[in-house]
Structures are given as structure tokens and as C-alpha cells.
Design a binder for this molecule. Structure first.
Ligand code: SF4
Ligand code: MG
Length: 330
């Protein structure tokens, strides 16, 4: 899948390039990267929620065998919120401030099931209990602004799971929450998934969240996948220098290594603008292992062991070029 953006001067910039990934039933895939990596755009495209300036350049988005790109807006409306649900970083994006939580939850239930009236209300209360809200009756009559951030996100999750979606897309669902609440919400998502077999695509910039949740991990940088692996092998032995950098930037790992908070190691620099990408490897302006070949030619996303892909000349050397450095840095 490739996705382009039209810029103000009428040019097209590719924001997601040749993204390819598969999620199985009940699996959690984490897409991780800094802002500007294309991870949110990629996830929004699954629901065809791209903004006006964005367009699909090529590819397919298959859900249970059907290409979603061939669906009419009417067909998509049926799929959205029913088979595929999405939750965002900011719960107020999904909540309407002028209606009570109960009203909104009942509407979500009525939209996708035959439940009405009393039945819808009882189901709403049941859902609120399932997302860990202990006094659901009182929350039902409350307006969203009366709830804490964590409670709001729980209410949004209740709405999202009302139709038992087969795919749940969660874009930074815990980023706006404090650490304790963050952990609770992640646990909640896991528990709900165990009971339902829902597939989760989780977008995050935080490898701590990935470690907690992922079966499979896709690391994106400047619109491309740079590494893809199952979670265990990725944390065991990150191959791409960018993945290694993200790991060094994980506060928990640094504390475990005895670093203090002022000396958090992180990757110098920022993701390059997509209309001004450097030649060769897109990461070469920030990489600690840059060699001449990295500046000249773009590394392919290549197999690096079983179920592993990596886009780096160190892991998959260009033929005919001597390699001195090794992909270390752990
Ligand atoms: Fe670094 Fe070169 Fe690998 Fe790019 S290809 S990540 S610059 S070593
Ligand atoms: Mg984002």
C-alpha cells in the first residue's frame, strides 16, 4: 500500500510507501515509530478515514478477503464501527460533549444491533462493567466532561466493542493518560481481546507499550517499514539501528541500566520532511553506522531470518561492497 498527500503547491508526496502487513485473527500488531513516520496515516487508511489531501497511490487493503478500496461509502459505513472499530489518543474525538455517556453508548448499540430500549440500556451497563467501570449506572447519566481521561477512554472502548468488532485499530490509545492509567487501559484491551478474539492494530511511538502488547511489530521510519518481526525476536535482537535507537530511548530500560532521567539516551535529530528525503537510506542522517553505500542507495526491505524483515545495508549488505561495521549497539 502506498499513500500520497497533495501539497499546497499541487505536488504529490508519498507518505506511506510499499507498506505490506498481515494481521491474523486474535493477533496484536503494533506499528511503532516517531511522529511523521506514517503510522497514523496507514491505520486511518484501513477505515478509509484519510483526509481530503490524501489519496491511495497503489495497493489494496483486504479485510476478510475483500478489498476495502472497492467498497462504496455506504458499504464502508456498515463496516466502520461494526466489523472494524477505531479508538484515538484523545477520547473526546469519539465522544459528543452534549450527550450523556449512556445516550451515546445506547446509540452505538442501536446502530449495529437489534437491541433497543431496555435491552440496549442493559447491554450498555454490561459493556461499562466489562471495561472496568464499577458504578456504570451513575456514569450512564453523566456527561463526558465529568469523567477523568482514563474513564473517558474506557467509555470510548465500551462504544468500540459494542458491536464485537473483528478488528480494533487503536491509535496511541494511552498516550494522553498518566502512566498508571495507561497500564490499566492496556491490560483492559488485552483482557477484552482474550475473551473475543479481536485483532488489534495498535499504533504507538512507545516501545514500552509494544513490549506490553505486541505479537508482531512493524517499525516505520519516514513512510517506510524499516523492520518487521515478532515481538520476542525484536526485543531480543533489534536489527535496524533505528529500532536499536528507539530501545535505548525507552525510559524503563535506561533506568534498569542505571541511567538517570536527565541523561535519557535518544536518537539525535528528527524524521526528515517527506518532500525533502535524503538520498539513499532515509535514516542515514541520524544513524550511528552510516557508511558510503547508505548515502548512495536505498536499502531494500529484505528477509533477515524467519519472519523477519529489515531495511538496512548492515543486515543485508549490498553485493560487492566490503562490510566492516556490524549491527550492534545493544
Ligand atoms: Fe544506518 Fe546505513 Fe543501515 Fe541506513 S542502511 S540504517 S544509514 S547502517
Ligand atoms: Mg499519529
Amino acid at each position: 500500500l502506498s499513500i500520497g498527500f497533495k501539497t499546497d503547491n499541487g505536488q504529490a508526496v508519498t507518505v506511506v510507501e510499499d507498506l505490506s502487513l498481515t494481521a491474523a485473527e486474535g493477533e496484536t500488531i503494533c506499528i511503532v515509530g516517531e511522529s511523521g513516520s506514517g503510522k497514523s496515516v496507514a491505520s486511518q487508511s484501513i477505515m478509509r478515514l484519510l483526509g481530503e489531501n490524501a489519496f491511495i497511490q497503489q495497493g489494496e487493503i483486504r479485510f476478510k478477503g475483500d478489498n476495502l478500496l472497492n467498497k462504496s461509502e455506504k458499504e464502508l459505513r456498515r463496516i466502520r464501527g461494526k466489523d472494524i472499530a477505531i479508538i484515538f489518543q484523545e477520547p473526546m474525538a469519539a465522544l459528543n460533549p452534549v450527550f450523556t455517556v449512556g445516550h451515546q453508548l445506547r446509540e452505538a448499540i442501536k446502530l449495529h444491533s437489534k437491541r433497543k430500549g431496555r435491552e440496549a440500556k442493559e447491554y450498555a451497563i454490561d459493556l461499562l462493567r466489562r471495561v472496568g467501570i464499577s458504578r456504570p449506572e451513575s456514569i450512564m447519566n453523566g456527561y463526558p466532561h465529568t469523567l477523568s481521561g482514563g474513564m473517558k477512554q474506557r467509555a470510548v472502548i465500551a462504544m468500540a466493542i459494542a458491536s464485537k468488532p473483528q478488528l480494533l485499530i487503536a491509535d496511541e490509545p494511552t498516550t494522553a493518560l498518566d502512566v498508571t492509567v495507561q497500564a490499566q487501559i492496556l491490560q483492559l484491551l488485552k483482557r477484552l481481546q482474550e475473551g473475543s478474539g479481536t485483532t488489534i492494530v495498535l499504533i504507538t511511538h512507545d516501545l514500552g507499550v509494544v513490549a506490553e502488547m505486541a505479537d508482531k511489530v512493524v517499525v516505520m521510519y519516514a513512510g517506510q517499514i524499516v523492520e518487521q518481526a515478532d515481538a520476542e525476536s525484536l526485543f531480543d535482537r533489534p536489527l535496524h539501528p533505528y529500532t536499536q535507537g528507539l530501545m535505548h530511548a525507552m525510559p524503563s530500560l535506561q533506568k534498569a541500566a542505571g541511567a538517570n532521567d536527565e541523561r535519557l539516551l535518544s536518537i539525535p535529530g528528527t524524521v526528515p520532511a517527506l518532500n525533502r528525503l535524503p538520498q539513499g537510506c532515509r535514516f542515514h542522517t541520524r544513524c550511528a553506522y552510516t557508511q558510503e553505500c547508505c548515502k548512495q542507495s536505498t536499502p531494500p526491505l529484505a528477509a533477515a531470518g524467519e519472519n523477519r524483515l529489515v531495511r538496512c545495508w548492515l543486515a543485508v549488505p549490498p553485493t560487492g561492497i566490503e562490510q566492516n561495521a556490524t549491527a550492534g549497539g545493544n
